[in-house]
Design a protein. Structure first.
Length: 277
């Protein structure tokens, strides 16, 4: 009897010790489960964030491009001020002389080319913002950097093709000196348009200029540029009223239709990109 009693007490003692050993482990397990439950509840109680749509004002590439345009313009104005000023005087006063391509230095021609490229880049940014407002889905499906490169490439190709067309028509219908003066005047007008476009692009990108103002200001710059071209054409090539019809025909064929083709070409490329990508 005494042995049975001792054996029973030992068994009870062992079971109590085992329960005490198991209880901390069970408490730890319960604590982990409660922590997991709280974490799940915190996740479930949150909400999914809304992704921010693309905006040109937050694009580092556009910011760096505009900064580069600013520095290039500053360098060209600082080092080629005399050359650029003489260009404006010759354009307005219409002086019959040899072309700058025969008398200017290599540095002057480099400044001219840099400013022309800058105008094409700024024009590409204007088209980029226009299509960003009119076709937001395009920015979602296609890389904005690719689109910007395409629009700038279109503007460069447009300028180059018009330059070649002017050279061909001048070679066919007019003398070499007048053709060179016209190409010089056209280049002068193009890079000064770039100076006008720079503040316009800054307002467009960073001050959220709406689509209506974009179109209105863009058309004002374009129409003013075409008026200056028309003025130079009259001074150079047409001195009689009898040639007015021919002048209007040339102007429509060489200035208005190419602009429409440029715009339609960009729209077609956008449609292709939306379908293929």
């Amino acid at each position: 009897m005494i042995g049975d009693t001792l054996s029973s007490q030992n068994t009870d003692t062992l079971s109590l010790l085992q329960q005490k050993q198991i209880s901390p482990a069970k408490a730890d397990s319960d604590s982990l489960q409660l922590a997991d439950l709280h974490a799940v509840q915190e996740v479930d109680s949150g909400f999914e964030g809304t992704p921010i749509s693309y905006s040109p004002r937050t694009d580092d590439v556009i910011a760096l491009t505009l900064l580069a345009c600013f520095f290039l313009s500053s360098i060209a104005l600082a080092r080629g001020k005399k050359f650029l000023t003489q260009q404006v005087k010759d354009f307005v006063l219409h002086r019959e002389r040899t072309s700058i391509f025969d008398t200017s230095t290599a540095a002057d021609v480099r400044y001219l080319l840099v400013l022309i490229v800058q105008t094409c880049v700024l024009t590409g940014i204007v088209f980029f913002n226009y299509f960003h407002d009119t076709c937001p889905m395009l920015m979602v499906k296609v890389s904005p950097l690719l689109l910007l490169g395409i629009y700038v490439g279109f503007c460069l190709a447009y300028f180059l093709l018009k330059w070649l067309l002017y050279m061909f028509l001048g070679w066919v219908f007019f003398d070499k000196n007048k053709t060179n003066i016209w190409l010089e005047s056209y280049s002068t007008l193009i890079y000064y348009v770039g100076f006008a476009l720079f503040p316009f692009v800054l307002f467009l990108v960073y001050f959220d200029l709406n689509l209506t103002n974009l179109v209105i200001i863009g058309l004002i710059i374009l129409i003013f540029t075409k008026i200056l071209m028309f003025y130079k054409w009259v001074k150079l090539f047409f001195h009689q009223l009898s040639a007015a019809f021919l002048l209007i025909l040339y102007f429509c064929a060489l200035e208005i239709i190419p602009c429409l083709l440029l715009y339609q070409g960009m729209i077609q490329v956008n449609n292709v990109l939306l379908i293929k990508i």
